[in-house]
Design a protein around this ligand. Structure first.
Ligand code: B12
Ligand code: SF4
Ligand code: SF4
Length: 230
């Protein structure tokens, strides 16, 4: 796409103050991409997200400033407030991870960066561990030539002999065959859950030794746990 590298560098600059990073660039064969606002399939998608607690300060400042605005999903609304104007400016279509129909954000991340799923279902990064996520994506009609962060060959879980994430959950909600959402949510309603995972974060996620420098702050952990319980 002509001007692809200009788009990438301008996007990087516009997102940096918000702690949002370009997490990957995916090129699609004709007809394979998600639909753009005009109904045509995208040829490329730029994946946007947080690395560790990068978004927490900017998001918290925005939240304090708009405390009485009645946000039901404040992180999603903040993401939209940042990403939608960029979509307009770059003639792109914005996608958000929690908006139905769910776009395959994790599949895109696997394609773009070569990440793989951990036993928790969350993708694990060799540097950031389980401490990263996706805030949105921008779809374009043309191909973007610029490279993203690059593909990762190593998968930390393959070399993790002990796999402490599989034994840390008090109700065994994390299993080698999937995440038992009902068992997890029931536990979060109990006194043990309220004083444990709800305050300190998911014990299984915390047990992973990879990327501990990127671990979320206690305030951010509690925020995400409240969202998971609801
Ligand atoms: C539905 C959903 C959930 C459901 C899961 C229900 C279930 N049993 O699958 C619930 C609400 C329980 C959930 C919980 C969490 N989720 Co969630 N979730 C999603 C959502 C909205 C859709 C997933 C999906 O089905 N996609 C549909 C298909 C089309 O997409 P796909 O990429 O092709 O499919 C992948 C997923 O389905 C994945 N998968 C399969 N089983 C599971 C199970 C879990 C728990 C997860 C996270 C993924 C997962 O494997 C596929 C790989 O190709 C995505 C956002 C998105 N749009 O992808 C976030 C998403 C997957 N969740 C995410 C996160 C971080 C979490 C939580 C940690 C959040 C929290 N508040 O603590 C917890 C996990 C708890 C734990 N113990 O680990 C992140 C993962 C980031 C990453 N590093 O990979 C995403 C991408 C959202 C984001 N904004 O970044 N989640
Ligand atoms: S504890 Fe080991 S198996 Fe579990 S997510 Fe971390 S690296 Fe992967
Ligand atoms: S939040 Fe707590 S109950 Fe839920 S999966 Fe994690 S450790 Fe288990």
């Amino acid at each position: 796409m002509s001007g692809g590298s200009v788009i990438v560098s301008e996007l990087r600059a516009a997102l940096a103050p918000h702690g949002v990073f370009i997490r990957g660039i995916i090129s699609f064969d004709e007809g394979e991409g998600p639909l753009l606002a005009d109904g045509m399939p995208a040829r490329s998608v730029i994946l946007l997200g947080n690395i560790g607690g990068s978004i927490w300060e900017p998001f918290s400042r925005w939240r304090q400033a708009s405390e009485n605005s009645g946000h039901t999903d404040p992180l999603d609304e903040w993401s939209k407030a940042i990403i939608k104007p960029l979509a307009s400016a770059f003639e792109a279509t914005a996608y958000f991870p929690s908006d139905p129909p769910w776009q395959p954000f994790q599949r895109w991340a696997m394609q773009a960066e070569g990440l793989k799923a951990s036993p928790l279902g969350i993708l694990i990064h060799p540097d950031y561990g389980l401490w990263h996520g996706y805030r949105g994506a921008l779809g374009f009609a043309g191909t973007i030539e610029e490279d993203g962060p690059g593909r990762i060959a190593a998968h930390p879980c393959d070399h993790c002999a002990e796999k402490p994430c599989l034994t840390a959950c008090p109700v065994d909600a994390i299993t080698s065959v999937g995440f038992d959402v009902a068992a997890c949510r029931s536990h979060l309603q109990t006194d043990a859950g309220k004083t444990g995972c709800m305050i300190g974060g998911c014990l299984a996620r915390n047990a992973c030794p990879v990327g501990s420098a990127y671990r979320y702050s206690p305030a951010q952990l509690a925020f995400h746990m409240a969202a998971l319980r609801s």
